[in-house]
Design a protein around this ligand. Structure first.
Ligand code: TXA
Ligand code: MG
Length: 304
């Protein structure tokens, strides 16, 4: 069977039968399985090599479908109305239809309604949500094209839906709405400033112990070493040192063009590995807007 397809009906059928699919979204590609198929969800954890206590995001067709799976608080509803479909994941208390397997035993569930047209088509046709962590091995770089999923997970997924390069290229923002004041658990494609501007809801930093895998210090990492710089000049200087030591390096820098940085970063890091580059020299974007999320990913990629 050709593993890459653009046939959303075929993908919905394979999911219905309990398959595991590479699914495009506007943020990154997900590794999707039906929310009610324990054996398929076990395969998702196994394929990723993901610890079983690291919960999965449940992807739903629309906010209406959410009620069966999570109990949306007033703040959660406001956020959903404002930003779904789109790159926002909302943490709410779960209903008893969500299994411990999905939440790692927590009482909460992370819900998201993707805006990608093909993901929407699949979810509508399937009629039931899917779990979908990013379709990469645990701790590695997220995939932003069908080819990335193919290269990483080729024989282990049943099918990959080709939805082109992900428009945004950076994971969704995760907001915990189970706390008195909503907290951001993972910076992402949607900025907290934008959330507050549109809804008037203030978003607090996370409190208490780490609640998402994305909060681990080392994540999003390519095989090559990642070094960070504040300016392009500093990166150039480091590159010339590498060259003197007969090592290869590649500068990743999109200046203040944050959309292009987000869109290209994961592909660039992956390309460094494909080209056997020893060091990716990344120039940090300015710490504002989506630059904050990009910096977060870069710090984590560099921390191994
Ligand atoms: O953009 C995205 O969110 C992508 C696409 C495919 O939708 N998905 C994604 O999933 O990034 P994943 O599994 O790579 O990251 C989800 C994060 C993890 O850090 C996980 O720990 C956290 O969400 N998470 C999921 N359910 C949770 C829960 N109940 N409580 C706390 N954190 C949760
Ligand atoms: Mg991930």
């Amino acid at each position: 069977m050709n593993q890459i397809t653009t046939d959303t009906s075929l993908v919905a059928t394979v999911l219905r039968q309990g398959g595991v699919i590479g699914l495009p979204t506007e943020t990154v590609y997900g590794l999707a399985a039906r929310v009610d198929k324990a054996s398929a969800i076990s395969r998702v954890y196994a394929i990723k090599g993901r610890p079983l206590d690291h919960p999965l995001i449940v992807h739903v067709y629309d906010a209406q479908q959410c009620g069966e799976w999570g109990m949306l608080s007033a703040a959660a509803r406001t956020l959903a109305d404002a930003f779904w479909p789109g790159p926002l994941t909302i943490l709410v208390n779960r209903t008893n239809r969500i299994s411990d397997q999905i939440t790692g035993g927590r009482n909460t569930v992370a819900l998201r309604v993707p805006v990608h047209v093909l993901a929407q088509e699949v979810l509508r046709e399937l009629g039931i949500p899917v779990v979908a962590p990013s379709a990469n091995r645990f701790g590695r770089v997220s995939p932003t094209t069908a080819q990335h999923v193919l290269l990483d997970l080729a024989d282990e997924v049943d099918l990959i839906l080709d939805g082109g390069a992900c428009l945004i290229g950076l994971e969704s923002t995760i907001i915990d709405c189970t706390t008195d004041e909503p907290q951001v658990l993972r910076l992402g494609a949607l900025t907290t400033a934008e959330i507050t501007r549109v809804t008037g809801i203030d978003i607090a930093p996370p409190s208490g112990p780490s609640r998402t895998a994305g909060m681990l210090e080392n994540h999003y990492a390519p095989r090559c070493r990642v070094e960070l710089f504040e300016t392009n000049e500093q990166a150039l200087e480091a590159l010339s040192w590498l060259v003197q030591k007969k090592q290869s390096g590649r500068i990743i820098d999109y200046g203040s063009d944050l959309a292009t940085y987000a869109h290209s970063l994961y592909d660039d890091l992956r390309q460094c590995d494909i080209d056997n580059v020893s060091v990716a020299l990344c120039v940090l974007p300015p710490p504002s807007g989506v630059g904050l999320a990009i910096r977060d990913r870069l710090f984590k990629a560099a921390s191994k």
